[in-house]
Design a protein around this ligand. Structure first.
Ligand code: PEP
Length: 254
């Protein structure tokens, strides 16, 4: 399966810095044809970033979307708005949005349905908190998040959807899930995807996220069901992000 390496810039970079970073990503990783490369800048800079990536192999995603077509939802952006500035992807249900912005499995599900129905590829984030892992509930939590997040979602091809396993205890902490811990949950997500989508579920990509860095990327990407990475901190430095992209190229051509 083709790896997908996505950078989540979170609330970092102003418009100018975002354009400079995007240009750096294009310069470093733009010539890579073996791996899909996606960057997800803040909404305010999507337009500026698209100006840098347009016509290159680098694709763009947003970090959030609303589940309605349009209307009285102050401060929100719709799927069509994101598509109109060049987005192909959107991160949905990131743990920071679940934690700080009250997103629930139900609101995540509504966003996933809206994105898929209108041709924007959601990167659906799931993952347990440290207390949930320590009490042996990681699999239960991820099962609930996947099943609720994907309820009644219909895809006609595997590339209409991406999942991301992001253990909350590994995000921005420098603490990474071991390759075995990642594979165990990725295999569970694969099983759930096949239950939801049949054969198409075998080819939906499952990214790992949580302190993925150049130094640990290859070990994680070598796992059977790890089909790429969702990168936070390391995506803010074009060379570090590129080193992860190169690790993906090396693993895929091994
Ligand atoms: C993320 O927030 O999606 C993430 C994986 O962050 P980091 O790489 O910084 O842990």
């Amino acid at each position: 399966m083709r790896f997908l390496i996505a950078g989540n810039w979170k609330m970092n970079t102003d418009r100018h810095a975002a354009a400079v970073l995007a240009a750096g990503v294009v310069e470093a990783s733009g010539g890579v044809s073996e791996v899909d490369v996606v960057i997800c800048p803040p909404a305010i800079s999507l337009d500026a970033v698209f100006g840098e990536i347009h016509g290159t192999s680098v694709k763009m995603g947003a970090q959030n979307v609303h589940s309605a077509d349009s209307g009285a939802f102050t401060g929100e952006v719709s799927v069509e708005m994101l598509k109109s500035v060049g987005c192909r992807y959107v991160i949905v249900g990131h743990s920071e949005r679940r934690e700080y912005f009250c997103e629930t499995d139900e609101s995540v599900n509504a966003k996933v349905k809206q994105a898929v129905a209108h041709g924007l590829v959601p990167i659906v984030c799931v993952g347990e908190k440290l207390s949930e892992r320590d009490s042996g509930r990681a699999s239960d939590v991820v099962t609930r998040q996947v099943n609720a997040g994907l309820a009644d979602v219909k895809i006609s091809a595997a590339d209409e959807l991406v999942l991301a396993y992001e253990p909350v205890w590994a995000i921005g902490t420098g603490r990474t899930a071991s390759p075995e811990q990642a594979q165990e949950i990725h295999a569970l997500i694969r099983k759930l995807l096949v239950e939801h989508f049949g054969d198409a579920g075998k080819d939906v990509r499952i990214l790992y996220g949580g302190s993925m860095k150049p130094a640990n990327a290859a070990d994680l990407l070598q796992q059977t069901d790890v089909n790429g990475g969702l990168i936070g901190g390391a995506s803010l430095v074009a060379d570090q992000f590129d080193a992860i992209v190169r690790a993906a190229v090396d693993v895929s051509t091994d």
